[in-house]
Design a protein around this ligand. Structure first.
Ligand code: GSH
Length: 225
């Protein structure tokens, strides 16, 4: 089954990582995969563009079914392989609602983090403004405080929506990204606790990005947050 799956991915990409965690959780090891380099612009190669006209990673195919959007791919895999591996969508309506809520909020979380951490990369030199960077920083602090409150009662096997779920699949890579980029565990203790509770989970450990920083000088960019 997994042999008919093809994944093109990039190291340090949260969207790629969430899909790879899902593949592990659903016991779909053995899928075909290729690590591409963002620095070498391999995400814009013919190999990617043929499957994903956006030229983004992940690029994913199951047989003839193309599903490149990472959250869509995670939902697809959970639906196609419901009874295989770990169940990632809870049955209880209350937990399911919370899971979908946090899973989709995880996308805003990543966007806010990237808007600040990669400001210089996204905005050409002549267009950068201190005021815009400050606004992005303030937005990120507000966002991080929100997640601290969501994780108020985090404990072993009590994550974002109860047991481990697609909410964690989407959000954990963001949290790991934040700490990899220098976020202070003292200022964000609940996020740190969540990180420590999940970092050794087999699906997460097995797929940990071999390389975080495409741009070494940005590796401390969240230190002052
Ligand atoms: N919506 C996509 C976004 C994927 C995405 O943003 N990938 C980034 C790497 S993290 C990428 O390939 N960026 C290159 C580009 O957009 O040109 C998903 O969640 O799968």
């Amino acid at each position: 089954m997994a042999k008919s799956m093809h994944l093109l991915w990039g190291s340090g990409s949260a969207p790629c990582w969430r899909l790879m965690i899902t593949l592990e959780e659903k016991k779909l090891q053995g899928y075909q995969q290729k690590l591409l380099s963002f620095e070498k612009m391999e995400h814009k190669s013919k190999e990617v563009l043929e499957i994903n006209p956006r030229g983004q990673l992940p690029t994913f195919k199951h047989g003839e079914n193309i599903i490149n959007e990472s959250v869509g791919a995670c939902l697809y895999l959970e639906n196609q392989f419901k009874s295989q591996g770990n169940k990632l969508i809870p049955d209880s309506p209350a937990e399911q609602a919370l899971m979908y809520q946090r899973m989709m909020e995880g996308l805003s979380f990543l966007e806010k983090m990237e808007s600040f951490a990669f400001y210089d990369f996204f905005i050409p030199e002549g267009e950068r403004l201190d005021s815009a960077l400050k606004r992005n920083k303030d937005n990120l602090v507000t966002e991080l405080k929100l997640w601290e409150s969501y994780l108020e009662n985090v404990a072993a096997d009590r994550y974002l929506a109860g047991g481990f779920s697609l909410a964690d699949v989407v959000v954990f890579p963001n949290v790991a990204f934040a700490f990899a980029y220098g976020l202070s565990p003292e200022r964000y203790p609940k996020l740190a606790k969540y990180y420590n509770l999940l970092k050794d989970r087999p699906s997460i450990k097995a797929t940990w990005p071999p390389k975080w920083f495409q741009f070494e000088q940005r590796s401390e960019s969240l230190k002052e947050i």
